[in-house]
Design a protein around this ligand. Structure first.
Ligand code: C2O
Ligand code: CU
Ligand code: CU
Length: 472
């Protein structure tokens, strides 16, 4: 068995001999307890991902990531975001259905030393959302450095279900990210690989914790999983193959819990699951190998980490005495079904990364939607509020996670076949391997500032795999 210097240093040596570090839980900021007014500052800091190795990072109200914001359906919440960085930023509320000018996309730039104060009308069902930088051309670098956090919407329907809801105890936020370290210091992968492939790293973190262990009560525990990686998709399962229940997709609760043994999560996607720790046995959540890369990169040998074994993400250690096994509700919420016959048009969205620059030697990939790179000054679609459309989405060269701002959609088909078990529920982000057909309902307005739709591999987005549309 051989150890490379890096794999040795990122292992036990750097965690001070103790293999595990206690899972960090982001501070909970509850809008009602703050009088519906929350202050956040995007700031620079230093973070010790490994003992005695301080890396320069970015965070909101802290050095890496940000607080978990909890907001309530029906409320209007002011969030004052101050930019204390040396560069422009934005804060996008990913998954929140709010008007375009409040969305925090590339058009809502916050200059250094300025404060942006959107008042967000919360009018959607309970869900696990997140927020992150979306500044034009620099989203990938700012998110990689730490500008992201969790946003929880809650409502009465959810509260009556009796789901685990004690934040940080039996209701755990888990922001999953991969990052690259050299000698314990966070490094930013650069170059063609980083652009084509999206920035990946050999080290997995949860809430900024490397090798995390979470102590959990011996009962049903709710995990709010967010893939906050720039580019890496996860293929999650427990090492002991235990089953768990999937209860919520990106848009909120499913109609009923779905028993699963594994669950994939692309960048930008979220899932809420319930895991029963009643038996008191420790459990390790793992991911399969990172396999999403353009064919060309695989041939160039850039894919060492594309093969390989399963990697541990987080270890759970049940504590205390087992109470009665908690009740899993058999019904969650009812969804009003959209009908395809309401669709007023069909749109083709191809996430393209052609190689047109190659012959002239001008560039590598031409990232775009339908072959056209993003242009801040160009509106790609104008849509009537209240309309339903079928989006026929395809992915070129590799799988790309499509995210659409300001909407919820349903999956109508995947690769020409009926949707799979994981395709149910309301979504705002979806992994597209070949093609999917989506039923998209445009219920919110983006008249003075457009909504974005893009690949959530952030390097692809920054390089042009994005479009924008108006809804009025
Ligand atoms: Cu999570 Cu347009 O982004
Ligand atoms: Cu979004
Ligand atoms: Cu992409």
């Amino acid at each position: 068995m051989t150890f490379t210097r890096r794999s040795f240093l990122t292992g036990a040596a750097l965690t001070g001999g103790a293999l595990f570090q206690e899972l960090k839980i982001p501070e909970l900021v509850d809008a009602r307890r703050q009088g519906q007014s929350i202050a956040m500052t995007a700031q620079v800091g230093r973070t010790a991902f490994f003992p005695e190795r301080d890396s320069p990072t970015l965070g909101y109200n802290g050095s890496y990531l940000g607080p978990t914001l909890r907001v309530y359906r029906g409320d209007d919440v002011e969030i004052a975001v101050t930019n204390a960085l040396g560069e422009a930023t934005t804060v996008h509320w990913h998954g929140l259905l709010i008007p375009g000018e409040l969305d925090g996309g590339p058009h809502q730039t916050i200059r250094p030393r300025k404060t942006w104060r959107p008042v967000l009308p919360i009018r959607q069902p309970a869900a696990t959302l997140w927020y992150h930088s979306h500044v034009h051309g620099r989203t990938a670098e700012q998110v990689y450095a730490g500008l992201a956090g969790l946003l929880i919407v809650t409502d009465r329907d959810e509260a009556t279900l009796g789901l685990p809801a004690e934040y940080g105890v039996d209701d755990l936020p888990l922001i999953l990210q991969d990052r690259q370290f050299e000698d314990g210091m966070l490094v930013l992968p650069q170059g063609m690989m980083a652009t084509m492939h999206g920035r990946r790293g050999d080290t997995l973190m949860v809430n900024g914790t490397v090798n995390p262990v979470a102590r959990v009560p011996r009962r049903l525990v709710r995990l709010r999983l967010v893939n906050g990686s720039n580019a890496r998709a996860f293929d999650l399962a427990f090492a002991d193959h235990r089953s768990f229940h999937w209860i919520a997709s990106e848009g909120g609760l499913l109609e009923r819990p779905v028993a699963l043994r594994s669950l994939s999560l692309a960048p930008g996607e979220r899932a809420e699951v319930l895991v029963d720790f009643h038996d008191g046995q420790p459990a390790v959540l793992e991911t399969g190998p990172d396999g999403n890369a353009p064919m060309m990169m695989r041939m160039m040998g850039g894919g060492n980490r594309l093969r390989g074994e399963r990697q541990a993400i987080i270890r759970f250690e049940p504590q205390g005495t087992g109470t009665r096994s908690a009740q899993l509700p058999d019904k969650l919420v009812t969804h009003e079904r959209q009908s395809m016959s309401n669709a007023v048009r069909r749109r083709r969205i191809a996430m393209t990364m052609g190689m047109r620059g190659m012959r002239g030697g001008a560039g590598m990939g031409t990232f775009g939607i339908n072959g056209r790179p993003f242009d801040m000054e160009r509106i790609d679609a104008e849509i009537r509020r209240g309309d339903t459309e079928v989006w026929q989405v395809s992915a070129e060269m590799m799988a790309h996670p499509l995210h659409i701002h300001g909407v919820h959609f349903e999956v109508l088909s995947r690769n020409g076949s009926p949707p799979g078990i994981r395709d149910q529920g309301l979504r705002d982000t979806i992994m597209v391997e070949n093609s999917v057909e989506l039923l998209v309902r445009f219920s919110h307005t983006a008249a003075t500032a457009p909504y974005m739709y893009h690949c959530h591999i952030l390097e692809h987005e920054d390089n042009g795999m994005m479009g924008q549309f108006i809804v009025r």
